[in-house]
Design a binder for this molecule. Structure first.
Ligand code: PLP
Length: 236
């Protein structure tokens, strides 16, 4: 089941890359395994997945301990400052940085462990009230400029969670807006800032995101099937 789903997702990413004139290896699929039990992650691993996404610190940590060490764990959910100390050193990339105080805490914990943590700045491109992330591009640029001065962190790009829609084309404008914002920031040539990574696209819209330049797509349902309690996810 997981293998078939992954084959299907792979095929669609490949096709989207072709439509966009992109090389397949410029897009990384993150298997979003939140709420799913280990045997399903093991199936995805056996298929070849090495990038997994989790949105809760505790779950990321116990899965990190239980799974092979060549996996790159992506923290994609809202992160509280008091939990940063647990993920630093375990998360390959933190996608959800949306405040200077959070960036400061990641910096502090990283310096303490003498390592560099890669982060993305979360942008709420659609301006949905229920979502995390910064909305105004001025705020995003302000946060990037300030966070760039902190030791122990490296800004790699931007992340967004687009609204749930029936027709993925409805989200194209948001993916395009995120890409444009990354170009605007790149042109400011801020030291210690890369805008190489756009993390965008989920089960409902990842093909559209790929054609708009996504470097990471985060696919959960399309690989592992529906989650229980899906509706309450954004309210944690
Ligand atoms: C759950 C989640 C996903 C995956 O969602 P699906 O629609 O199941 O693919 C992607 N990104 C974030 C931030 C999530 O919380």
């Amino acid at each position: 089941m997981i293998a078939e789903n992954l084959a299907e997702v792979e095929k669609k990413i490949e096709a989207a890359c072709q439509r966009a004139g992109r090389k397949r290896d410029t897009v990384t699929l993150i298997a979003v395994s939140k709420t799913k039990p280990l045997p399903l992650l093991e199936e995805a691993y056996a298929y070849g997945c090495r990038d997994f996404g989790e949105n809760r610190v505790q779950e990321l940590i116990w899965k990190y301990e239980a799974m092979p060490k060549d996996i790159r764990w992506h923290m994609i959910g809202h992160l509280q400052r008091n939990k940063v100390k647990y993920v630093v050193g375990k998360a390959f990339l933190i996608h959800s940085v949306d405040s200077l105080s959070l960036a400061q805490e990641i910096s502090r914990q990283s310096v303490k462990r003498q390592l560099t943590t890669n982060i993305l700045i979360e942008v709420n491109v659609a301006g949905e009230a229920s979502k995390f992330g910064l909305h105004e591009s001025g705020e995003v640029i302000g946060l990037v400029s300030e966070a760039a001065k902190l030791p122990g962190i490296s800004i790699k790009g931007l992340m967004t969670v687009a609204p749930p829609v029936k027709d993925p084309e409805e989200n194209r404008e948001y993916f395009r807006a995120l890409r444009q914002l990354s170009v605007d920031i790149m042109q400011k040539n801020i030291d210690n800032v890369s805008m190489a990574v756009l993390s965008m696209g989920m089960t409902g819209d990842y093909e559209t995101a790929v054609t708009e330049g996504a470097a990471y797509v985060r696919v959960g349902t399309g690989i592992f099937g529906e989650r229980e309690g899906k509706r309450s996810e954004s309210e944690q």
